[in-house]
Design a protein around this ligand. Sequence first.
Ligand code: FES
Length: 157
Amino acid sequence: GQQQSGVAEPEEIDEGAVLVAQVEDLKTTKRLRTTVNDREIVIFHHLGKYHALDLRCYHAGGPLHLGEIEDIDGRTCVICPWHKYKIVLENGEGLYQGVDPRDPKKSKKWFSKGVKQRTHKVSVKNGGVYVTLSDPSNMCDSDFYANEKFNDQPCPD
Ligand code: FES
């Protein structure tokens, strides 16, 4: 039989939460491109956890639902297919690799640019996956691409 993940279940659902998928479906597809209150988002199901982010990459609007998922320096990231930016699934931080000028060995390390991609809350209840959009008053770089102007532009499936 299938193993029961039990992650984040059961949970209370926020008032503004929107049902986006069934747990069983998302466990199979591992990712879903959808729209919540006119905002395009992507939901990943990875290693038993759910993550919702703005669909279009904060850099230039790339389609994150087509990105590979990789472990970068111990953090689970989606790699944007357009220019390979690394975005932490958990909180939308942008990571980049560089050399600390103070490091005498000049070895490359991963650094954070801070939160760049907006993430949204995912809840699970009675076999349904729900998304609550995050508070829009805290500006985030990915907001630029998260409006109807870009909704109409082709984004490869
Ligand atoms: Fe995502 Fe450039 S659009 S890396």
